[in-house]
Design a binder for this molecule. Sequence first.
Ligand SMILES: Cc1ncc(COP(=O)(O)O)c(C=O)c1O
Length: 325
Amino acid sequence: MATALASLTSLARVTLAPHPTPIDSLARLRSALGPACPALYMKRDDLLSFGMGGNKIRKLQTVLAEAIASGADTLITCGGLQSNHCRATAAAGAALGMRVVLVVNGVRQDRPTGNALLDELFGAQVRYASSPDERASMMETVAQELVSTGCRPFVIPLGASTPVGAAGFARGVEEILAPGLRPDVIVHASSSGGTQAGLIAGCALYGLKARVVGISADEPSDALAAIVRGLVEEMAERLGGSRAALGANRDVVVDDRFIGEGYGVPTEGSREALTMVARHEGIVLDPVYTAKAMAGLIGRIRGGEFSAAETVLFWHTGGQTGLFA
Ligand SMILES: Cc1ncc(COP(=O)(O)O)c(C=O)c1O
């Protein structure tokens, strides 16, 4: 285990956000949820001090070190028109002096909003795909075009959810140990799997027993759990640890009951969660990922899943720019 942890901590990374993010107690939300509510804390990755923050910054810190080591001068990645990952990559490219080409599914807005506005502000070039299925092949085409003009492109897969990206996220677990927090459960929004894989591996490597519960923003539970499990196994290979040392024998819990009608479509529960957290804590969730994840946490609390003696950490993965899309 020491070897895999040593590989994790020595994995090359670019420091985009140098400070640990705060952990806030959600005392007013807890009392609003009644006497059986567990102690609630929030890890504020929405406040990561780079490019408007969010979970993608942690994954990009390690993936970008790989890109730089490969000699790349251009980053290519993909997502939806309002992708947080694309916006974070655009910001990173700007800060590192690298060209960024984003392949997004959607149509160019006359007056770009939210992340699309920030993509332009950070100077990224945007190409439009007609569907999510077209993005991977379009990224390859863009890469070939760039090579033929003498550029050195590096393709970052969707969400930077590679074993190296997930390892970047795993490092974040160290930040909850320093203040002495030992949550029984960590709840967060899950979609391309890198955050959840990173949290599972990070908990295993840093000796935290917390159960990690991913609330899906779009994918069915079984499919996403399989992606997360695969990423944890690949991380074990990459870091040179046994699968068990990386937590691959732990249950992968993905809950798809809070998606509602689909990705980005608000539900009654997500609207309630967004409003409750804003009005009790002055904290802003995002409509696509974290409000649904908080709806999942509230649903589980109301369903009596936790005791008042337990501690739950909600990992805020950012995305508030989605409120202005
Ligand atoms: C704000 C936010 N939270 C959570 C997620 C899910 O993270 P992951 O793709 O690593 O599962 C994403 C990205 O998809 C996101 O943008």
